[in-house]
Design a protein around this ligand. Structure first.
Ligand SMILES: Cc1cc2nc3c(=O)[nH]c(=O)nc-3n(C[C@H](O)[C@H](O)[C@H](O)COP(=O)(O)OP(=O)(O)OC[C@H]3O[C@@H](n4cnc5c(N)ncnc54)[C@H](O)[C@@H]3O)c2cc1C
Length: 490
């Protein structure tokens, strides 16, 4: 077989790279080891319940809009996306409830209920985060990243103080919010890329700004529709898709990529390869001779329960967080000590609250996620998962979902080991690498492999990071880098 480019992995980063390359006229073959594309954004369908196994929240929809436009179609033609309001409901163990809404007057009233003095602090916070977004979005998120020389470019240096990299998220929030609960709410945005609010640089406060100003979105029919739409678009552009097919080796000759060998021993000759597989796995398993693992701290993983339940809980919104009583202690457990939290924050997504197509009438499809140490720190999940499931359900029953267990009609569980094995994700890390120090975001493996010509990286393990919009940007950036290099070589 022959192709201009082989994309290894049909996660969102791989799909974005394949679409961008095919739209530029390249012949692309995408090879995915699983039976369907989507990667961590995947699907379980049981007895009329449809569960998204990974992402449940879409942010920065303009990234998808731009990708579809590149392919000659539009977001509106491919998907129905709906804003979610409240963006999230927060519940504490004493029964206090806080709804984060993008309607600012309503949000100010919610904030005043917790701490009147923090309304002014919130207004200052919005101005401060707008400045960070302005400094970071274009130069850092929207382009290929080539390592330190991009980090030290003029604009980044000029803006280095505006992006507040030297304080942690938690330290910075103390300057805006008196209420520890509001600091917990706004600190939680650090978890959107797998980091701890007590260690991630305050730069990540921009995630809250993005969500409040650009919204949080659900996809009608479930998040897996995103993967379906991208697959459809890629096929329309002529991308050839091989599913249930694993790549075993990236072939190289004279310092350049020459194609890939499949697990069934067939080969595909290609001048360039985009790996949507984590760079650590590529280094250790897919290069003919194993290379040194790129440095970087893995993000935490997740412990997932998918429950089909009778009835609809009035406390639940589309997204509901049941906060732990001691957030610092929780992150100390998950990130520093590498053990499951004994009083975890529990995220419950109930898409059936806003989309009747995803559960049978009168039922709810609950996706429950607890941040959990990755398998490199905590290899004991197979032995402890059943006990942890009980701890999580106890907590939900105590804090607002009484009798939950009795109403379960369908149940599936995913541990960090499952995520690791299923998606070839090191440690089962949800977001690839964490950003738990001021420079981590700039030190991710870049899009272009430094030691072989023609190998590029896309996905959560590379620049700019994990989460749907960032991995899509990373796929686009890998493709752009490849096209620019090919143009120069002509
Ligand atoms: C439980 C959970 C909840 C999440 N929640 C959110 C959320 O609400 N919002 C959000 O934005 N993000 C969320 N994320 C993160 C988001 O899902 C990921 O950042 C993103 O989907 C990762 O995309 P990726 O491009 O890195 O590829 P991946 O999804 O990692 O896909 C890589 C693909 O490569 C394939 N592959 C690996 N090795 C080979 C091989 N040798 N040959 C062929 N194929 C191979 C794998 O099978 C896989 O399909 C969540 C993730 C999880 C797991």
């Amino acid at each position: 077989m022959n192709s201009d480019v082989v994309v290894i992995g049909g996660g969102l980063g791989g799909l974005a790279a394949a679409i961008t390359l095919a739209a530029a006229g390249r012949a692309v073959t995408l090879v995915e080891q699983l039976e369907r594309v989507g990667g961590k954004l995947n699907l379980v369908e049981v007895d009329g319940f449809s569960f998204d196994t990974g992402p449940s929240l879409l942010t920065m929809p303009w990234v998808l809009r731009e990708l579809f436009a590149t392919a000659g179609t539009s977001l509106e033609a491919e998907l129905t996306i709906e804003p979610v309001d409240p963006l999230c409901r927060y519940v504490w163990s004493d029964g206090t409830v806080f709804d984060m809404t993008p309607q600012l007057p309503q949000l100010a009233a919610e904030i005043a209920r917790l701490e009147p003095a923090d309304v002014a602090g919130f207004s200052r916070f919005l101005g401060y985060t707008a400045q960070i977004y302005d400094a970071v979005a274009e130069p850092f998120l929207a382009r290929p990243f080539r390592g330190l020389r991009d980090m030290f470019n003029q604009r980044m240096l000029r803006d280095s103080l505006r992006i507040d990299p030297l304080r942690t998220v938690d330290q910075s929030l103390r300057a805006f919010f008196r209420s520890p609960r509001l600091r917990q709410v706004f600190g939680r945005y650090a978890t959107y890329n797998g980091s701890s609010p007590f260690r991630a640089p305050a730069t990540f406060n921009l995630i809250g700004y993005v969500e409040l100003t650009q919204g949080g979105w659900h996809v009608r029919g479930g998040m897996y529709q995103i993967a379906r739409a991208l697959e459809r678009t890629a096929r329309r552009l002529g991308v050839s898709m091989l599913t249930s097919t694993a790549v075993s080796t990236i072939l190289e000759h004279d310092g350049a990529v020459t194609g890939v060998r499949l697990a069934d021993d067939r080969t595909i000759a290609a001048g360039q390869v985009v790996a949507n597989v984590d760079p650590r796995i590529v280094a250790e398993r897919l290069r003919g001779t194993p290379r040194r693992r790129p440095a970087g701290e893995l993000s935490y993983s997740g412990f997932v329960l998918m429950l089909g339940v009778r009835g609809v809980d009035p406390l639940l919104r589309h997204h509901t967080i049941f906060f732990s009583d001691d957030y610092r202690r929780e992150f100390d457990a998950i990130v520093t000590r590498g053990v499951p939290a004994d009083d975890p924050t529990v995220y419950v997504c109930a898409p059936s609250a806003s989309d009747p197509t995803v559960a049978p009438p009168g039922h709810s499809n609950l996706f429950i996620l607890v941040n959990a140490p990755h398998t490199g720190q905590y290899p004991h999940w197979p032995a402890t998962a059943a006990r942890y499931r009980d701890l999580v359900l106890d907590r939900l029953e105590r804090n607002g979902l009484p009798g939950l267990r009795q109403r379960i009609v369908v149940e599936r569980m995913l541990t960090p080991n499952d995520l690791e094995q299923r998606y070839a994700a090191p440690g089962g890390a949800i977001y690839g690498l964490a950003s738990n120090n001021p420079f981590a975001a700039f030190l991710r493996p870049p899009q272009r492999a430094p030691d072989v010509r023609g190998l590029y990286f896309a996905g959560g393990g590379t620049h700019p990071g994990g989460g749907i919009p960032l991995v899509l940007l990373s796929g686009r950036a890998a493709a752009q880098q490849l096209l620019a290099d090919a143009g120069r070589a002509r």
